[in-house]
Write a protein that binds this ligand. Structure first.
Ligand code: NAP
Length: 226
């Protein structure tokens, strides 16, 4: 299948999954997988599946960030491409959906706005916000941090190489200061990183088996990260 057909198929499947999710009121536990996904890789997918499995979540919504407040535009590729790649990557898992809430938002995207929007849709649900543990270590600067912790349980995914003492200390501190609900999960396969993938592409090194084949095709077809 060529890349534009793969994308068309991913859009149709994502629409169907999203419709189902929004019409079912029974969902109790929803994971939000927040990140830049620049690009998405198997580490992200394995993390989402591990969290879903461990905490018995009904659904994981991948949420590519739109215009992150802490990043310059030069650092990240166009949000449409990151959204398309995420949709393609999540296509084959019935529990995974990709949301365009953040990429459609004008101006900076803050997690608090996303959580408020999702709480309106999923009134009776418990929300788990999943992201990299290193992102959690920098969380003090987030907008309305206390409100973020009121609206969601946070899950920090730790990869090999991240100092777990530092992460645990930070989590303890946040729990005390904000009475935050924060979980920590160690994911060995998260050793794959978007930074490493971008460097490999630039150096024309292989990225095979580190991310879904269809995402790899999308990257080459659109000449990304060169
Ligand atoms: P990032 O730069 O994409 O990632 C930071 C680190 O965490 C990287 O090592 C990354 O690995 C890893 N990571 C990112 N998303 C992950 C996920 N879902 N699961 C596991 N590991 C993940 O992330 P970020 O830009 O700091 O943002 C993370 C989330 O926090 C986003 O949803 C963002 O919108 C939110 N955020 C909100 C505010 C705010 O509201 N003020 C401020 C900052 C961030 P890879 O490079 O391999 O992806």
């Amino acid at each position: 299948m060529n890349v534009s057909d793969i994308l068309k198929k991913a859009i149709i499947i994502n629409k169907k999954k999203s419709k189902k999710l929004h019409t079912r009121t029974k969902f109790k536990k929803i994971g939000i997988m927040g990140g830049t996904f620049n690009p998405i890789h198997y580490g992200h997918l394995a993390t989402a599946e591990a969290v879903r499995n461990r905490y018995d979540l009904d659904q994981i919504i991948f949420m590519p960030s739109g215009n992150p407040p802490h990043k310059s535009k030069a650092e990240i590729i166009d949000k449409e491409h990151r959204y398309n790649m995420t949709m393609i990557a999540t296509m084959s898992n019935i529990y995974f959906e990709t949301s365009d809430i953040e990429i459609k938002r004008e101006g900076m995207t803050y997690t608090i706005d996303t959580l408020c929007e999702l709480k309106k849709i999923h009134k009776n649900s418990q929300i788990f916000f999943i992201t990299g543990a290193d992102a959690l270590c920098d969380i003090d600067s987030w907008k309305y941090l206390d409100k973020n912790f009121e609206l969601a349980t946070f899950v920090g995914a730790t990869r090999p190489g991240i100092e777990s003492n530092e992460v645990n200390q930070k989590i303890d501190q946040l729990k005390q200061k904000y009475r935050a609900n924060i979980l920590n999960i160690y994911v060995p396969s998260l050793d794959i990183s978007s930074t490493d993938l971008r460097e490999r592409i630039k150096k024309t090194e292989s990225i095979k088996y580190l991310l879904p084949e269809n995402v790899e095709k999308y990257i080459y077809k659109n000449n990304l990260y060169r």
